[in-house]
Design a protein around this ligand. Structure first.
Ligand code: GLC
Length: 486
């Protein structure tokens, strides 16, 4: 794996969970997996076991010179991880944040180059190099244009796109820095040139064009990427390469997210002891100073940004409060205007005993919210896979989701789905507007209040779903086998 994130040491979003969870599953199935990451300054070093210098003097060619790097090795919850630390004035990874810098494309182009140089020099010849998102889009380009001729001719690349919105735009300097050169060759519509801005290179496109196989994180999102505007301008590229493109649903790590063994909740439970869930509901209310009473708790967990449908989150909050429910929100809001708005809302609702807003990322607290809430809303504008709805199902918390991306592949509407009744596990709405989310929320709250036995059936159906890494792990192994012999 060559990746910009791995949970829990370096994580900005779901990508980090996937890199960790998939690697673990592949190892359980008897494969050797190593993960190459940048050595960020602000990693959770307390979660790395036995960190030590592994490769002292790695010289990575960069422009007409080379940058001196050290490579560290350490275990992250049992996974073997290598961390690349460049020593140069560019300070690629000695920064307070992971992303969001003007030179992001150069930072990760360097990382991609360094990852290959490390494999070459330390004689690592994996059958498959699995890359994730634009940060590593240059890996297959460098492999098949340069490193292949230096002894890495048997390696194959699988490229997984977690989010089409970020594509790593960059200029020609990237070609000179990485040793690719030949702008006339790479600034070509069939290769790295951005489909719309002809003066830019596009690193997600690079990954699609050069990899042996390309996946995104759910079957429905693969369809959306090919047929709607959810590919953010890469539709034609995907269409050209559709023969090697598909969707593989992510899994959830049930060692971490499982109410039966969860160490972060006061009362553990499973499908046979579902009543114990309500001890967690009480604990959740106490934790947030909310009042006890005969009301369901509707929760939202996740980042607050445009992708996640913030206007509908706000609407669901007021709709719940006005219709006999309580509301809890847990998540950071990185964008200043949205952040300002939600802090205003938090102060405004401060004395309301039926709701609580916790505006930060806190995964330990998330366990308690999943365990204590009755319903979870996911009103995303687009959602390549989404992990929160799968976690909610495991905790018997009924998901209410918009019909996009991976949400379509995992949540099946109680009233309108064509599947058998025992497979229906939540509520789904189509339109990203107020009446859309209201229609689903009204049905969910109505069932909770009027038909508690039926509501419980929905909870049980959800808990019976298997969204572990078991299937996706096998699916990726099939893909690896297929490209290995091509
Ligand atoms: C991105 C997507 C999300 C997906 C995650 C892991 O964060 O936005 O839908 O679940 O990657 O693949």
């Amino acid at each position: 794996m060559v990746a910009p994130e791995c949970a829990p040491v370096a994580q900005a979003g779901g990508l980090g969970d996937v890199v960790f969870g998939l690697s673990r599953e592949l190892e359980i199935r008897g494969n050797a997996v190593e993960i190459i990451l940048p050595k960020y300054d602000q990693m959770r070093y307390d979660r790395i076991w036995g960190l030590k210098l592994d490769y002292q003097d790695l010289w990575v060619p960069w422009y007409s010179a080379a940058i001196h790097c050290s490579v560290y090795f350490g275990f992250v919850n049992g996974r073997k991880c290598f961390f690349i630390e460049p020593h140069s004035r560019d300070n690629f990874f000695h920064r307070p944040g992971t992303y969001g810098y003007a030179d992001d494309a150069m930072r990760f182009a360097f990382f991609s180059k360094a990852a290959l140089e490390f494999m070459l020099k330390s004689n690592k010849r994996p059958d498959v190099i699995h890359c994730h998102d634009w940060q590593t889009g240059l890996v297959p380009v460098l492999l098949f244009e340069i490193y292949k001729y230096h002894g890495m001719h048997n390696q194959r690349v699988c490229f997984t796109i977690h989010n089409f919105r970020h594509q790593g735009p960059s200029g020609a300097e990237l070609l000179w820095a990485t040793g690719l050169g030949r702008p006339e060759h790479y600034f070509h519509y069939d290769r790295l040139r951005d489909n719309f801005n002809h003066s830019l290179l596009n690193l997600t496109k690079a990954g699609i064009v050069y990899s042996n196989v390309v996946t995104t994180v759910s079957p429905h999102h693969a369809w959306e990427a090919l047929n709607t505007d959810q590919n953010f301008g890469l539709g034609h590229t995907l269409w050209v390469h559709r023969g090697k493109f598909s969707g593989v649903l992510n899994g959830v790590d049930y060692d971490v997210w499982n109410p039966e063994i969860d160490g972060f909740i006061p009362r553990r439970y499973n499908v046979d002891s579902l009543n114990l869930k309500y001890d967690n509901k009480r604990a959740l209310r106490e934790r947030f100073w909310m009042r006890d009473g005969f009301k369901p708790i509707v929760a939202y967990i996740g980042r607050l940004d445009m992708q996640k449908g913030v206007h509908l989150v706000r609407h669901a909050l007021f709709y719940s409060l006005g219709n006999g429910a309580q509301f809890i929100l847990l998540g950071p809001s990185p964008e200043p205007s949205i952040n300002g708005y939600f802090w205003h809302l938090k102060h405004y609702l401060n004395d309301n005993p039926d709701c609580h807003l916790e505006l930060r990322f806190d995964s330990e607290l998330a366990h308690l919210v999943y365990a204590g809430a009755d319903m979870l809303i996911v009103p995303s504008n687009y959602e390549p896979c989404g992990l929160v709805q799968m976690i909610a199902l495991k905790y018997g918390t009924v998901p209410i989701v918009r019909a996009v991306g991976g949400l379509v592949d995992t949540v099946f509407d109680r009233d309108y789905c064509s599947r058998p009744h025992e497979e229906r596990n939540g509520y789904v709405f189509d339109n990203a507007d107020y009446s859309g989310i209201e229609s689903a929320l009204r049905r969910a709250l109505g069932l909770w209040h009027s038909y508690p036995e039926e509501f419980r059936r929905l909870m049980v159906n959800g808990m019976h779903c298997d969204y572990s890494w078991n299937w996706p792990g096998q699916h990726y192994l099939n893909i690896y086998e297929y490209i290995r012999h091509k």
